[in-house]
Design a protein around this ligand. Sequence first.
Ligand code: PHE
Length: 349
Amino acid sequence: MMQDITQAKEAALAAIAAADSADALAEVRVRYLGKKSPFTAILKQMKDLSPDERRAVGPAANEAKTAIQEALAAQQEAIDAAHDADAEWVDVTAPGTPVARGSLHPLTRVQRDIEEIFTAMGFAIADGPEVETEFYNFDAVNVPTDHPARDMQDTFWVQTTPAGERQVLRTHTTSVQVRYMQQHTPPFRIIIPGRVFRQEATDSTHDHTFHQFEALVVGDDVSVAHFLDIAQKFFSAFFHADIKVRLRPSYFPFVEPGFEFDISCTKCGGSGRNSEDTAACGACKGNGYLEVGGAGMVHQNVFVAAGYERDRYQGFAWGFGLERLAMMKYKIDDIRHFHSGDVRVIRQF
Ligand code: PHE
């Protein structure tokens, strides 16, 4: 019987060493420690043994069982460890899973570019509300009460304040000028990027909601020459080209004198011609220049509305559409793409 025990133990240990999976090991456990195992059979025969024999066989059977249990546990651990290593294995040559990447909206990119160029020139960035009082949007910046811009056709009028003030969705970032000047004393130079609204029919170059970019520089002796210099530097940095700025006399109630300003064409460089032949340049239609925005020397009435003494300061202001710049920079042919929400447009940036 002692021999049976030794044999069963050896066989069990060999089977355990050979089991290379959790399932195989479970089978071995049942085979050598289960109900039909050799040990169960041996224990059943114990009752027929003499007390002396029993004293020898009992401990031997127990010792064999313990050895088998320990071997089972050790093998189970080894199998688990191998399994973990398998799970951790990575095929570094397998093609990756593409990750959906977001991107910045072209207007955000343009706005950041502009802010970077201006802050490098010492400008601060100012902000104001999109729902604005009639005062800041029109009266304070010298827009006459009967000016057509106040008309129902151009302006989105919104609810009057409880105090009885008429309100609009601001029609230009010029509305922030007097707000800022009431809080600050010159000299200062600021830019005012922001969303503006006009009640007008949309087409490829007009939208009811768009963005403007105001620049305002006020001090003791600010002149049109300063404006020209800053504008030239800004547009050259923005387009990474040598850009010339051209002024044409124009009228805006909040400036005197007022200008419309053009920049030399970003495609033909101002010649109005394509380089290869003499055909008119497609971007500027042969003009050599592109219209960009309005500008001028701040009207003294605006300073007075802000609480400054008349004729105490001089300053220039300009305003232009952000979408227009983005269209030039990225060759986008329809302003409505910007707010279309079409991801095919955005994904290109
Ligand atoms: N506010 C004007 C517009 O919306 C632009 C402008 C700003 C013109 C500042 C002159 C000076 O068209």
